[in-house]
Design a protein around this ligand. Structure first.
Ligand SMILES: C[S@@+](CC[C@H](N)C(=O)[O-])C[C@H]1O[C@@H](n2cnc3c(N)ncnc32)[C@H](O)[C@@H]1O
Length: 300
């Protein structure tokens, strides 16, 4: 055990807890029957105990596991395009030294909610394609891997949607471009910070998921106010945000050092109104688990 964990500064993990954690590492992560015990240990950790806990599971917090990828942040921030893509494809490392950790990660409500929000997005795109008229326009803020766009085009080969994708990470754009090569005629990429990006036209849908949860309220409100003017008649601005009832919250924070601004339905409505959206044009939906909320603002 590292010195750090034995100082009086930290609560000692009990012998049983340490034994349990070491056995998880030996087995490449928890078996399903151990999920509850691990979750209980994690949920009970105080912030000043995190270093000690992470020291104990350090051998699993590396690039070979999804939790380790979150923790190490090879692209500089948690929730990068590669991690999100791996959540979508339900990736599990086949190496038995790590696979149980990945199965555990993919089983969390938070990971299910990320997949559910993609399905929610695909439904919204379908609704747009059913509308009358010619080409449709969708703007995605913080587009990441664009696996959602890829899935939409794979399933809807006659789509009339043109996507504008904005992301400030060149690695994300390169990845999105390469996996969407066959759909390049229908996609424009913009490497830009969404706080500064200037839309050059109007959109049937402005979509953002996995981005506004990183913003403080002040930036959230600024962003709504900035973009909601760029909707066509009948258009919508939809923002995904993790709900403060996310049961995976502490696991994300402890295992992957991944902190988000979780929000309630009322927080989202309040901020939309503060951003000068009309109350009657604002509603909040949720995916089936209620872990991801969607703020929907209709064009005035
Ligand atoms: C968690 S991922 C979500 C990706 C995608 N929306 C999805 O749900 O599949 C967040 C993405 O937003 C990008 N991002 C974060 N802050 C940004 C900013 N201020 N401007 C542009 N992109 C940003 C990151 O580079 C990352 O690719």
């Amino acid at each position: 055990m590292n010195e750090m964990c034995t100082t009086a500064k930290y609560r000692q993990l009990s012998k049983d807890e340490r034994h349990f954690l070491f056995s998880l590492i030996e087995n490449g992560g928890p078996e399903p029957k151990e999920y509850k015990e691990l979750t209980a240990i994690v949920n009970n950790l105080e912030d000043n105990e995190l270093d000690c806990f992470r020291e104990v599971i350090r051998r699993s917090l590396n690039e070979n596991t999804l939790i380790g990828h979150g923790f190490i942040k090879p692209f500089g921030y948690p929730g990068d395009f590669s991690l999100i893509h791996n959540i979508y494809r339900e990736y599990v490392n086949p190496d038995s030294r790590y696979s149980n950790w990945d199965r555990f990660f993919q089983d969390q409500a938070g990971a299910h909610a990320v997949r559910n929000r993609k399905d929610y997005f695909l439904e919204r795109c379908k609704e747009i394609d059913r509308k009358d008229g010619g080409e449709k326009r969708v703007l995605i803020l913080g587009s990441g891997p664009a696996t959602d766009v890829n899935e939409y085009f794979q399933r809807n080969t006659d789509s009339r949607i043109h996507f504008d994708l904005v992301d400030f990470d060149q690695n994300a754009i390169d990845f999105a471009k390469s996996q969407n090569e066959q759909f390049k005629a229908s996609i424009n990429y913009f490497k830009s910070n969404v706080l500064r990006f200037k839309p050059y036209q109007w959109y049937d849908l402005i979509w953002s998921a996995g981005l506004f949860d990183y913003f403080k309220d002040k930036h959230f409100i600024y962003m709504v106010n900035k973009y909601y003017k760029y909707m066509t008649e009948g258009g919508e601005f939809i923002i995904g945000n993790f709900s403060n009832s996310n049961p995976t919250r502490r696991l994300m924070e402890v295992l992957s050092d991944w902190y988000l601004n979780h929000r309630s339905k009322y927080d989202l409505v309040r901020m939309a109104i503060e951003a000068e959206a009309r109350e009657e044009l604002v509603e909040v939906e949720r995916e089936e688990l209620g872990v991801n909320l969607f703020l929907r603002i209709k064009a005035a």
